[in-house]
Design a protein around this ligand. Structure first.
Ligand code: PLP
Ligand code: COI
Length: 340
């Protein structure tokens, strides 16, 4: 078998079923040994916990073909740890880290023909997830779970590729104070879908959600964290307990400081101050690093002067360095790249 015959340069961010997936089931207090299978169907009892009380968590990471032709993943250990945190938060049994890493390796190997080639701008998106598989009717955690890893080749998340995005301040909240916003739980995404549709109908690419307690601080979008750049080229990262701790953002902060010598500050960021920044961007596995051209707050437009036509100069440097690390053209910090 060789590489699949896809127009790699023009695939968007949509689901294409690939050949193999990994499945492990949790029963009687333990995970079974897990297996790779061709069976893309899941058969569940109609009263399974996932259908009733939404016990469902997931992760997202990518496999890349590097310049030298290896297939690698980027910091999968952090996805393993975050998924364990999400599991604990939803009273689900954490899937052990070493097994998570092995499952990802197995799925990527089994679907090697689906990993987009170097230079195509595409990558293999990997989606590990876990859900409650046994019946529950009283409001309590289920007793049985399934952990599964699927993957699909993807191109840019936003239609039209890298272009300055237009974002609106949402009237809805994506998370509750002291709730589940910091976990990668399906329920947070269900919460954001109505806001997403409304933003799209109004011509925006995404929502800027505010902090749910005071609605004055910047949180994140439905699927990525924010960063801002000051006139002096310092990076400012919104800090909040109810946003997802993005692995891309945590990596980008290290890249900014250690590779680019930029000052990075993580602090609460007021919506009322963002007009002082010259660049704004989104970061995430799917979003990679995407420039934001403007944020609209109920008719008031806030434009980021250095990212009107294209990526601002600081965003571009962050993008080039981070993607260079992922694609093997820039030396990676120890432990960031896992060769499959
Ligand atoms: N915020 C949300 C709500 C997300 O869904 C994601 C995607 O995973 C991110 C941020 C970015 O996180 P990461 O960089 O780990 O993909
Ligand atoms: C990711 O970036 O991996 C996510 O899960 C976010 C989603 C928008 C696809």
């Amino acid at each position: 078998m060789g590489k699949k015959d896809l127009a790699w340069e023009s695939i968007g961010f949509s689901y294409r079923e690939t050949d193999k997936r990994y499945v492990s089931n949790y029963k009687n207090g333990e995970w079974d040994k897990g297996t790779i299978t061709s069976d893309a169907t899941v058969v569940l009892n109609e009263c399974a916990g996932v259908f009733q009380y939404c016990q469902s968590i997931f992760e997202g990471l990518k496999a890349y073909t590097t310049k030298s032709g290896s297939i690698v993943t980027f910091r999968p250990d952090l996805n393993a740890e975050r998924m364990m945190d999400s599991a604990r938060g939803l009273e689900m049994p954490p899937f052990p880290k070493e097994r998570f890493l092995d499952a990802i390796d197995q799925v990527v190997k089994a679907n090697a023909d689906w990993v987009p080639p170097y230079g195509s701008g595409a990558s293999l998106y990997i989606r590990p997830y876990m859900f409650a598989s046994s019946p529950v009717i009283g409001v309590k955690p289920a007793e049985e779970y399934q952990f599964r890893v699927i993957c699909t080749p993807v191109g840019p998340y936003f239609k039209g590729g890298v272009r300055p995005l237009s974002i609106c301040v949402s009237d809805f909240d994506r998370a509750a104070p002291h709730g589940t916003g910091h976990l990668k739980a399906g329920l947070n995404y269900a919460m954001s879908l109505h806001a997403y549709m409304e933003a799209h109908q109004n011509g925006f690419d995404e929502n800027l959600f505010l902090d749910p307690a005071t609605r004055t601080f910047v949180e994140e979008t439905g699927g990525a964290n924010f960063f801002f750049v000051t006139k002096e080229h310092e990076i400012v990262i919104p800090k909040s307990d109810s946003i997802l701790p993005s692995i891309t953002r945590r990596s980008m902060m290290i890249v900014a400081e250690k590779y680019l010598g930029l000052k990075v500050t993580e602090r609460p960021v007021r919506l009322s101050e963002i007009n002082s920044f010259v660049e704004c961007g989104l970061c995430g596995t799917a979003a990679v690093i995407s420039p934001v051209g403007k944020v609209t707050d109920h008719g008031r437009e806030i434009r980021f002067s250095d990212c009107q036509e294209a990526m601002g100069p600081v965003t571009k440097k962050l993008y080039d360095t981070l993607t260079g690390i992922q694609l093997g053209t820039v030396e990676a910090p120890e432990g960031w790249i896992r060769k499959i």
